[in-house]
Design a protein around this ligand. Structure first.
Ligand code: THU
Length: 134
């Protein structure tokens, strides 16, 4: 699947955004190694804290359905001409579960950047850090 096709899926997911507080709609689409696409959107809450980002919605849905091998993740926000980059919490989740995937930070199918999480979250705290505790 092309980056543009995955961004189209993310744009579709964004239509489902539940964001009555921020009014900032986000869509995400996650491609697995075997070609499945999981969609995610941001789901807000009146207590604010329980809100969930689009990327984590997609990733948690995939893991919940038994998928763990990911090729690429597309994210689209809704801030004018701006490219949507994942928040810090989502970067931490991406570092754990998508260490090698392409992270497509998009505004539209014609305006996007492709990054690796090691560049978006340098010196990340990773599973290795808790693997060999004495
Ligand atoms: N949001 C995401 O869905 N992904 C991000 O990486 C950044 C922030 C959502 C959370 C909240 O619903 C809204 O955008 C404004 O912060």
């Amino acid at each position: 699947m092309t980056n543009e096709e995955l961004i189209e899926y993310a744009l579709k997911a964004r239509e489902n955004s539940y964001s009555p507080y921020s009014h900032y709609k986000v869509g995400a689409a996650l491609l697995t190694k075997d070609g499945k696409v999981y969609l995610g959107t941001n789901v807000e809450n009146c207590a604010y804290g329980p809100s969930n980002c689009a990327e984590r919605s997609a990733i948690f849905s995939a893991v919940s359905n038994g998928d763990r091998d990911f090729v690429k993740l597309a994210i689209v926000g809704s801030s004018g001409d701006d490219i949507a980059y994942p928040c810090g919490v989502c970067r931490q989740v991406i570092a754990e579960l998508l260490p090698n995937a392409d992270i497509i930070c998009a505004n539209s199918v014609t305006k996007y950047e492709v990054h690796k999480i090691k560049d978006l979250l340098p010196h990340a705290f990773t599973p290795d850090d808790v693997a060999n505790v004495e």
